[in-house]
Design a protein around this ligand. Sequence first.
Ligand SMILES: [Zn+2]
Length: 666
Amino acid sequence: MTDNENRTDPELMEAEGAEQAPAEETEQAPKQLPTAIRALVRRCCQGFRPPENMTVSEWADKYRELSNEASAEPGKWRTSRTPYLKEIMDSWNDPNIRHIVVVAASQVGKSEALNNVIGYVIHQDPGSILLIEPTIDDAKKYSKLRIRPMFRDTEVLKKLVRDAKRTSNNTMLEKSYPGGMLIMCGSTEAHALASMPMRYVLGDERDRWAGSAGKEGNPWDLAMARQTTFYNAKSFECSTPTIKGASAIEDAFYTGTQERWCVQCPSCGEYHDIRWKDIRFEYETAENNGKRTYKATKVWHVCPECGYIAQEREIKTADAKWIAENPSAYETGTRSFWLNAFVSPWKGWLAIVQEFLEARDDQERLKVKYNTLFGELWEDRGDLETEDEMMARREPYRAELPDGVLVLTCGVDVQDDRLEYEVVGWGQRDESWGIRRGQLMGDPAFPETWEMLDDILNHVYRYEDGKGLRISITFVDDGGHKTQYTRTECAKRANRRVFDIKGYGGDGIPYTAPPNKVKIMINNRYVGSCYQYKLGVDSGKQAIMNALKVKSPGPQYCHFPLNEEAGYGHKFFVGLLSEHLVYDPKKKNKWHWEKIPGHERNEPLDCRNYALAALKALNPDMDAMLARRNGTVQNRQPAARKQQTATSRAQARRTMEQRAERMFDW
Ligand SMILES: [Zn+2]
């Protein structure tokens, strides 16, 4: 690479001019001018020193110091420590390559690779760099914790770099050096620089960028537009991945060579990248005060080709190389790389599995682990079981009401020719039990249809010990063609907490809110009013999907009865799993729920959603409910209670054993 072209960079001339000619110097006595000019020339010439003809990794090995505050291993940079970064960094020196994409787990060193590129550019091939972080706060943090320490501790950079002014609107941070400037900003501010040509564009944490920079559009496209004047421009974008189908870095990865870091199997000699699906582990569980804790005890890798079982050490010392799935993209100038944490020298496999175990019961945390730890995209339905698997999860209830149920709610969906309902039992920490569901055939315009529903709503549901529970609250959807009849029937049953609801899709609508009064009009005549709850149904769908992913009884877990009269057959599960979250950047609500092909009937999901919303609106004190339930049971039938506890313990143990057998399904 030569740097001749730098001298004609318009932004360089501007930057140099601005820095080198302070007004008071030019106004001084003429005989001092040569000094100023000499200084100017000297400084300009620093930009002309010949490059050392080295690659980024060679530069880093020779010059780069890792700082205390930013590195687990401060001191001299050694590329041999993270051999997978060598090719990523050195592709920067390949004149054919204009665009580098890195998808990576955290703790594999991708930020340091990015920093090495910055250091190399400043020292060896100067030009202006635009470094874009998701937000201006991220940019400030990156500047303070990563960039400033690197400039301080790496001697050759210390001599070249100085802080430039902050721009007046405080949305950018600048460092200047001979031959260019490093400008750091947030993705929402990228448009502020639209007029400035930039030879180098670096995008960090791409998947957390704003969808658009103000009205100007996609921030990455805006950043790329600055490079058009440079035949030798380069860009580098990196990120931990996020959600499949909604990941900018995933899209970018597929435009490139799609290289994965592959390790040679000690047995069959084939090369594979180390993926989570091929990792196996063992663990122990303990239960303390109702909270389950896990401890990972063993972890190994199974070769997807030959089944060879390899230990972590074997994998980390085996021969490894980048293998491209789409090598032809090299011709178009884009190399893309994908890395997960299993190759990191800083992250042991046991620690990875331990983190996974600690997150497994919480979908939000688990999603983050998929992204940051495994470096894998999260598929929203990816680990959701199919309807068949969900059916296989059904369990025989020993009574109409299993012991953990403390509150009953009901959700009703109104169709033109029928009512569909589900009665759901709720326990502590959102554990739930499907109790009964079904269809009541009949036109909702006729009171007779609703009288059938009364049989469900007035029924006393019994525990094994004979005690009973009634439905506390019922939510009935008035959407569709029978709105006014539905309202009429709800109004009649208001004293039994049967409420009309209206569901709204889209972001930012609270799941439940206090009810409003709405009119009931029959034949255009006002006949009365009823309470109506407005529901943000999307939040409910997400909560239900999250709960369905919990695989072991306890908080959030959904139980379903095997007992035939309860009505939980195949159709129910197809309907329950009928929708998934889809990302479409063109739509107003970028995230929206869509029916999955083959799952056209979604009433079971709606009914479950209304039953959950009813619970949230009721907001019962579950501890008090539990105390009441225990108290009653203990007073009346202590022996039966004791026996039951032993039985449920045995049942819990059996479930754990079954789970241990299924462990490898993860
Ligand atoms: Zn093998």
